[in-house]
Design a binder for this molecule. Sequence first.
Ligand SMILES: Nc1nc2c(c(=O)[nH]1)N[C@H]1C(S)=C(S)[C@@H](COP(=O)(O)O)O[C@H]1N2
Ligand SMILES: [Mo]
Length: 196
Amino acid sequence: MSPGFQGRPRSAEPALPPGQYLTEDWPVLSAGPTPRVPLDTWEFVVTAETGAEYRWSWDELMGLPQETPTVDIHCVTRWSKLGVTWRGVSLDTLFDGIDTSARYALAHSYGGYSSNLPLDDLRGGRAWVVHTVDGGPLPAEHGGPARLLVPHLYFWKSAKWVRGVRLLVDDQPGFWETAGYHDYGDPWREQRYQGD
Ligand SMILES: Nc1nc2c(c(=O)[nH]1)N[C@H]1C(S)=C(S)[C@@H](COP(=O)(O)O)O[C@H]1N2
Ligand SMILES: [Mo]
């Protein structure tokens, strides 16, 4: 054991991507009104490029293996919040057994919002459909009953009130990407707008 290495402060690593500031509270950013989605009609649908659909009811989602990731979130409007603990289902679990050769994904929400990302960014233990935050139900204004969580990209990619994901052969911009925001949105490379 090396005491020097062991004692190295965690803060030696940068916690904040460039151009971000730390916030303790949690701003609400919604492009429209908060949709109210009753749990008995809620569903999550993955639509493959073949048109094949894979559906989960609320109870089915809750019956899948659950994970409890603690991650940092970074909004393109420059606030970051560190160490938020969520609970939900990994996209790896949902994609298990789905046959696809698509390379892109478009997440879409109750209420009409959408965001696009490469399908690979939803894989590899980096994306979840979450229903719980800091031990309690995800509040409606923050995307409850369930939202997408893709914390390694700017938080606009994490579609609130998520309803499904379309698997696409060709990339298709979502709500903010159509309005000039970056197609990929890596906060560590400060990919805020098209051309960054
Ligand atoms: N459906 C939907 N999802 C959304 C948005 C939205 O307007 N509608 N805003 C995005 C943006 S810009 C951010 S920063 C986060 C904000 O999540 P919060 O309101 O829980 O902080 O949700 C993202 N997901
Ligand atoms: Mo945002």
